[in-house]
Design a protein around this ligand. Structure first.
Ligand SMILES: [Zn+2]
Length: 489
């Protein structure tokens, strides 16, 4: 009806450039010190967003009836002195004889099993059918002087790992000084994870250890190495025992926040489904000073602009007397800059069932570049693209046109929080104005924000969210896109 339409327009009009600028100013203030994950200033930002959600009238969508959801962050390292390895009859010392092969955490379990020796680097399409890798240790012998991080060796190691061995041991022919430097670097490495780390049982072991052990089995290391780029050969050594017991120590145990607020829907059935609006409140913290001496990376565009917009949209919806049919979930995540941490945790520990989330509208960098255009990445992957075009056409007064991905080779579709939702089957759109000269620099400051633009993008996403929340049918994936994108974490 006309009165409903007027109420909706009044709600959209509460999203103003003035409000946007004020809220970005709070989040991107120097006092927030770039909102690194984790940091006290990130916590302060989260508390502020939670208080905004509370005063807007949202219901808590976090842990234990609060607006906050906290996720664990652990920094781990191998304890080389306490870790044990045995290769056949030979006891190995970490650092002297053996080291982790790649920047990953070794499994901290006891792994005993027989050996499969792999030489040559020319891979056939797949693992030969008669070769069993599962439950075995695999020794990879690369060609002389091979770069263990090079494509040829990595391809062999990947093929082996895909077949789920107990561990992969890569023989190294490095000289002593080279070996010591590389081994020490791997042993000193710390690994920071959210939740449980994925272990990777891949080690490098020195030729000086491998040579006599193979000789006792009637195999010649020099001959195996000299196979170079020949077709990969798999030599099964059945009566052989290898053991690995990696002791991993926790160096730091901390946590970081997400903020979630819910506005319940009005339809008795559809209110159990949610439209999720998200942005990341974190940025990269304090770092290298620029030429002006500024070392605080404010992240006004990235992504105080999106975070402020999520709060603005929540406020606009909360002002509506007639609520949308579906419920709305407003989410500010952290750890985006460190690897989509908060959104990854949220989709694995959602405060409402994942299947009940009908769409994720993610907003990351909407305060710079063209004043009349916003890029909506992912339009082709679901009918959210058509819904956006429909809504956009009905609101020419916004002076804001949503266009498609201008930079497909940059793969931005995989680079912000919506990707976590997409991988778990939730249709997404990602609103993004592209990067600029101040991207990830101390100069990404609030005074460079086009707040009027941000407000108009916010109104467009408000109208889109309303349409998605009210349509009886939930958004649908393009079948081919679903097959290519959905699956995994
Ligand atoms: Zn961002």
């Amino acid at each position: 009806s006309l009165s409903t339409q007027l109420a909706v327009e009044r709600a959209a009009a509460t999203i103003t450039g003035e409000d946007v600028r004020r809220r970005i100013g709070v989040i991107a203030a120097d006092s927030m010190r770039g909102r690194y994950t984790p940091s006290p200033e990130l916590d302060e930002t989260a508390e502020w967003i939670a208080s905004e959600f509370h005063s807007i009238g949202l219901h808590p969508g976090g842990d234990g009836g609060s607006f906050l959801q906290r996720y664990p962050i652990r920094t781990l390292a191998l304890n080389p002195a306490e870790s044990r390895a045995r290769f056949g009859p030979t006891d190995l010392r970490f650092g002297r004889d053996v080291a982790p092969a790649y920047p990953a955490i070794l499994p901290s379990t006891h792994l005993e099993g027989s050996l499969l020796v792999v030489s040559g680097t020319r891979l056939e399409a797949a693992l030969p059918e008669d070769i069993v890798v599962t439950g075995k240790h695999v020794l990879v012998v690369p060609p002389w002087g091979a770069d263990l991080s090079g494509a040829a060796v990595v391809a062999v190691v990947r093929t082996v790992l895909a077949a789920e061995p107990l561990a992969v041991w890569i023989a190294s022919d490095r000289g002593s000084a080279d070996w010591a430097a590389a081994a020490n670097e791997e042993l000193r490495r710390q690994h920071t994870f959210v939740g449980d780390p994925e272990a990777l049982a891949a080690l490098v072991v020195r030729d000086s250890v491998v040579r006599p052990v193979l000789a006792a089995l009637g195999m010649n290391l020099t001959a195996l190495r000299s196979r170079g780029g020949e077709v990969v050969r798999w030599d099964d050594v059945r009566s052989f025992s290898v053991a690995l017991e990696a002791v991993v120590q926790v160096l730091v145990e901390t946590d970081a926040p997400n903020v979630a607020g819910i506005l319940p829907g009005s339809d008795p059935v559809l209110r159990d489904e949610y439209v999720v609006f998200s942005a990341h409140m974190d940025h990269v913290g304090v770092g290298m000073p620029d030429t002006s001496g500024d070392s605080i990376y404010n992240g006004a565009d990235d992504d105080a602009s999106g975070t402020a917009t999520v709060v603005e949209i929540a406020e606009a919806f909360a002002s509506l007397e007639l609520r949308p049919r579906r419920s709305l979930l407003f989410l500010a995540v952290s750890g985006e800059e460190r690897g989509l941490w908060g959104s990854g945790w949220f989709v694995n520990h959602p405060s409402v069932p994942l299947e009940s989330m009908v769409a994720n509208l993610n907003i990351d960098m909407v305060g710079r570049n063209w004043s009349d255009t916003i890029v909506a990445i992912g339009r082709e992957h679901s009918d959210l693209g058509e819904t956006l075009a429909y809504v956009n056409a009905r609101h020419p007064e916004l002076g804001m046109t949503a266009i498609g991905d201008l930079w497909p080779t940059e793969r931005f579709y995989m680079r912000s929080d919506h990707y976590r939702f997409a991988r778990r089957g939730v249709p997404v759109l990602f609103f993004f104005n592209g990067t600029h000269a101040d991207y990830h620099r101390p100069s990404d400051e609030v005074d460079k924000i086009d707040a009027d633009k941000t407000a108009r993008v916010g109104r467009l996403i408000f109208y889109l969210g309303l349409e998605v929340a009210n349509r009886t049918a939930r958004p649908a994936w393009d079948p081919a896109s679903r097959g290519a994108i959905v699956g995994g974490g």
